[in-house]
Design a protein around this ligand. Structure first.
Ligand code: ATP
Ligand code: MG
Length: 265
């Protein structure tokens, strides 16, 4: 069974998609079989993985609403991992799901069908605490929270932690906070250094040691349909995501997933 991570923060533009895409690419390079699930109607992870989101015949939307077989909708990306794509149709799913039975467990049920084929599944969440994000929380084992080191980010994380507590109590007691990842970091900015220190002081070992710097190559990569890691492997952004992936592999002992696969295969 795959280890499932969701990348979430209800704050917009904090690097969720950049983290999801580059973590998927970095883990693929480390020989993990990875599936990236785009759970955002904006479809940024889909575009960033080299798919034309508006030309998708079927997407995560049809899968969630039982209108397509997940195995047939998943495709291979240009950056080494598989992708379950999304586009703006998914926005309609939010309303349609609200009246569905077991509405918060839809994604989990679907991922159970393919989990055996992957080592790691990464879910890129939209910038809301909507039913889509709740589906991701219910399906996941671990939550990775990318955050920028600004004052409002701290407030946002408190709201997020409250939602996680509710999810744990009501539907997924197994969900853990894998860690907070500082992204778009610029150590020359005093406030960023201060917020970064406050975060480490408050959340301790829940903050990943790896830090993702502001790096324009990471921002350029999606327009080529590539992860930053494929687009410019030696850029500071790519190197920092590779270091982060290695930290995660160690922290969550993911190498044993590879060993299990070899044993079973
Ligand atoms: P949304 O909430 O809209 O889904 P998001 O949290 O997924 O946004 P991204 O789309 O990953 O955030 O990033 C927002 C913008 O910042 C994008 O233009 C992206 O290319 C850019 N960006 C992300 N990380 C970095 C970085 N480390 N350095 C420079 N630019 C970055
Ligand atoms: Mg995004």
């Amino acid at each position: 069974m795959a280890k499932i991570y969701c990348i979430a923060n209800q704050k917009g533009g904090v690097g969720k998609t950049t983290t999801a895409v580059n973590l998927a690419a970095a883990l693929s390079q480390l020989s993990f079989n990875v599936l990236l699930v785009d759970l955002d109607p904006q479809g940024n992870a889909t575009t960033g993985s080299g798919l034309e989101k508006n030309n998708l015949v079927q997407s995560v939307y049809e899968v969630l609403l039982d209108r397509a077989d997940i195995k047939k909708v998943i495709t291979h990306s240009t950056s080494g991992y598989d992708i379950l794509g999304s586009n703006r149709k998914l926005a309609a799913a939010e309303e349609e799901l609200l009246s569905a039975a077991r509405k918060e467990l839809r994604l989990k049920t679907k991922l159970d069908e393919v989990s055996g084929q992957y080592d790691v599944i990464i879910i890129d969440c939209p910038p809301t605490l909507s039913i889509l994000t709740i589906n991701a929380f219910c399906a996941a084992d671990g939550l990775i929270i990318p955050m920028t080191c600004e004052y409002y980010s701290l407030e946002g994380v408190s709201d997020l932690l409250l939602s996680i507590r509710a999810v744990r109590e009501q539907v997924n007691s197994g969900l853990v906070i894998t860690g907070l990842l500082r992204v778009k970091f610029d150590p020359r900015i005093t406030l960023q250094r201060e917020v970064s220190e406050q975060l480490s002081g408050y959340f301790g070992s829940s903050v990943f040691s790896s830090v993702i710097p502001t790096n324009v190559r990471l921002a350029e990569a999606p327009s080529y349909g590539l992860s930053g890691i494929q687009y410019d492997p030696s850029s500071r952004g790519a190197v920092s995501y590779k270091t982060f992936a290695e930290e995660l592999v160690k922290k969550d002992k993911l190498k044993k997933l590879l060993k299990n696969r070899k044993r079973e295969g």
